[in-house]
Design a protein around this ligand. Sequence first.
Ligand code: SF4
Length: 675
Amino acid sequence: MPTSALEHPWGHSTVRTACPLDCPDSCTLDVTVEHGRIKKIEGGNANPVTHDFICAKVRRFGERVYGEDRLLYPAVRQGPKGSGTFARVTWDEALDLIAGRMAAIKAQHGGEAILPFYYGGSNGLITQNTNDAELWRRFGTSRLATTVCAAPTGAANLALYGKMPGVVYQDYPQAKAIVLWGVNPSASGIHLIPFIKQAQAAGAALVVVDPRTTSLAKKADVHLAVRPGTDLVVALAIHRVLFEEGHADWAFLQAHTHGADRLRAAAEPWTIERTAAEAAVDPAALRRFADLYVRSSPAVVRCGWGLERNRNGGSAAAAVLALPAVAGKFGVRGGGYSMSNSLAFGLKSAMWIDAPEPATRLVNMNHLGRALTEYATPPVQMLFVYNCNPLATMPDQNRVLKGLQRDDLFTVVFEQVFTDTTRYADVVLPASTFLEQYDIAKSYGSISLQLVRPVIEPQGEARPNAQVFSALAERLGVGVEEEDAETLLRITSRMTNGIGTELLERGAATPPHGGAPVQFVDVFPLTDDRKVNLFPEAIAGDAPAGLYGYQPDPGTERFPLALISPATEKTISSTLGELRERAAMLHINPADAAVRGIAQSDAVRVFNALGELHCPANLTVDVRQGTVAFSKGVWRKNTYNGSTSNALVPDSLSDLGAGACFNDARVQVALLGRH
Ligand code: SF4
């Protein structure tokens, strides 16, 4: 059994820990440490789902820990905003400065003038929504709606099923048909791939719905390269086949659901032919998908996050998640759907956050640019950024940049490395990585809960989030400072059913139902009456065109191309973006390139009314005609002009969940130059 490196600081040891980054898999890690330094990061064999392989991203995480961009000391800004020049200060000086500024802003403008800003950069249960939440709540700051990802799918999953746990990876080989919808496991959640291969070897059919021809799409029985934003109508077309051609499971619908008739009415107009025309796919392929799904059992739909990033995203997720209920696919191993299994252990942060949530201003994080430049009652006077890099990741990048450049905005960035956002900080605080602190890794693909142990001492003066936020709370008179180990003990003591004790003793908790529940056998909807809401009234009114109402493509003659920004094998959202060396490319279909006089590797200008992006072009038939792709998570240094795809993304919101509409960017592309 691996032991803690901290007990043997100058020797050689292999330390068992887990990866808490924003990825569905939560790998067990075995980290080899020599003389206090990380030598190797490998997969541990304790997790039966992730086995002993991990992604290339985390294998090179040591390059982040020891890299030249690592933040090692607290610092305060010296030159003009954005100049990137800082002077080292002590932790006490930095925390006193921040606490003093918070108190002054609250006295003058009220607590709502302070905006905490965070996301899943360190997705562990201790690093976020613990001592930070206590501080913000007790001090009465603005609240943040964390909607940049998973908000539309989360809203749909919650409304339909109460976030019932889904089919886990290891049950995929039981399926006769697998539908990968808006998800690319080759880039994120890689441990699903071996199970898909196993299922295919046993004769399972594979359907992929994705505007790109991903490596799995190349091996699929049916690939629908849909026009971005049309997933909703494709799902409704499958529902229409189920309802109108006699394949709906009415016995299941009557016993376990509400709202089937209203879903049926919404699907009724979407014939195969009309849908194929709207989604720009072959009607025969769409029909083949429907037939495969109808006749295969068990059949599983892996609902991803790519389909939510547009104006119709929430309804699309709801329609996709409703498929197994209408088709009667539940009740067998390998049948049903997979979405997020984050609630499988029944853990919610409300179990350990004692402070009640105040009714202060709620800021949608997708509107950060607006909040910084337009909000007036009160204006945002302090932005406290942690676990995220908003200048690289938020929509409407130019407006975010304008906000960060405000001289009267006091910005704190608490980070591991010098990100795009760090450059605009007034105070920089160095954060420890998950290899330098305690945390708890909860997966949302498989079902696992593991202890994250420190394998090395923090570099420089880096500190864990839990310690820093509690230290600030103590300075402001609303809390008591604690170490991350103390926070770990406090939180695990609140976990019910002995989960916390087992986690501390064994390093992992035993998952419910052997970690592989069967939907409608072991687990049921977590709705009030344990039934599926196929037309949930609670959210139906939120959608501008009504639930399952389709909003047409926002493209115009001037900006006809759909720009999408899918995840890649290089970064976890924008994490590890500092290690990218070469310019990121715009992927464009050769037919779209030809009419614009663009050849391979030409410098291109991608533009719309919000901004422009300059980068090299990569001509590939793997992107459908009419769509261009630029990688998610790229930092500003990796384009020719310091803008990424997010400079072209509107800050409009999805129909449900108020999520980001990254894939609603419509652009034009022109030749910029030839090398
Ligand atoms: S990012 Fe995902 S695949 Fe990579 S090590 Fe972490 S959990 Fe595993």
